[in-house]
Ligand binder design. Sequence first.
Ligand SMILES: Cc1ncc(COP(=O)(O)O)c(C=O)c1O
Length: 451
Amino acid sequence: MKQVANKRLLEAFWMPFTANRYFKANPHLYMLSSAKGMYYFTEDGRKILDATSGLWCSSLGHCHPKITDAICKQANTLDYAPTFQMGHPKAFEFADRIIEDLVPKSSQLKHVFFTSSGSSAVDSALKICLAYHYAKGEGNRSRFVGRELGYHGVGFGGISVGGLGMNRKAYTSAMFAADHLPHTLNISQNAFTRGMPPSGGAELAESLLNLITLHSADNIAAVIVEPVAGSAGVIIPPVGYLKRLREICTQHNLLLIFDEVITGVGRLGTGFGAEFFDVEPDVITCAKGLTNGAVPCGAVLVRGDIYDTVTSSSGGSGRSSIELFHGYTYSGHPLAMAAGLATLDVLKEEDVLSNVKRISPNWEDGLHSLRNCSPLIKDIRNIGLMGAITFESIPNDLGQRAYTFQTNCLKNGLLVRVSGESIAMSPPLIANEQEIGQIIEILSNVLSQLK
Ligand SMILES: Cc1ncc(COP(=O)(O)O)c(C=O)c1O
């Protein structure tokens, strides 16, 4: 591999969320050079089945010709245009299509704010909530509630409401104080549950009432949760949990944000997880699959009255009456808009959501068939086209078993993702029975060697 042979070339790039020294000493196995459909390819000719859709994002398969063509065409037509006090048609078109195609007609979510990533979508959502309360004369509503084990990206807002200790510990001095609900992962009670844990866990939502008693509701701006926590290892909400959070937020006028950076755009067989769980939040954040991962893009969907309240707050309607002092150079980037519109076209033309609904039971059966492959399997969980396997930990070597497992999967031609003591998977939404079967077969082979 030309690139890899030249170790000096590997030095300058400080890789994100990576053991840089390990990678740069052992790059061969992990270096990807091209991709097509469900597969990655390496320069030394290996073909790797992608059971993670890249990083939960290439949901329609890699290098989908419709999406690639749309990006190329856009790059040759309008490569960049500002969206501060200027506009270009595709940004309006894509926002409109997100609401039309991904949100039920009955939904109150009516407006879309574009960002450049999931992290910036989360930070934008938090700011929009503050701006909304401020515009209503309730600027004291400034506290946020997140959840233990939640991942909301890496901005200071996101890590403040996030609940993964490793992502926070070096930065605590610069974070804002947020409260955290207890997480809902209860392996001792719910191990090997298919889909949502049917009982036990909904009561965890009640702890929001304790925080309301502690701070008073009129000091709290919003509650943010992932409907299914992805990065912490596919933590599925117990039956009734999200509905109860919604009820408490409504009773106390707290905004509810669903961070759907992973669960959005079809992962559960619906436009968003909100529809799957039949719980409407006030705000949704999304990214990743929105453009099939082909161009960075994030978005914040907001209720009609949130937009109306903020946009009518500036006291005028002239060109200088900017209502929300927030935005990114790349909000509504033309290439992202083109990729996003093509993504929505493919979702419709290839009836991808139906495929997810059709294939999810195969995925569930396949994953749970692995239970007896090794006594070191502690739990298997799944929902939609997401799934995780948790291993017994090696004392004093947390996560090591999962990393070794991932490396062995790669050697057998399969990409999975490590999350603590678990491996997490999110196959492309276009997967068929045969491809799901292939993932399960490789997992089964590697699991049977697990030490
Ligand atoms: C739920 C959730 N929110 C936010 C993010 C951050 O997205 P990005 O990496 O695009 O900033 C992620 C990324 O995995 C995520 O899973």
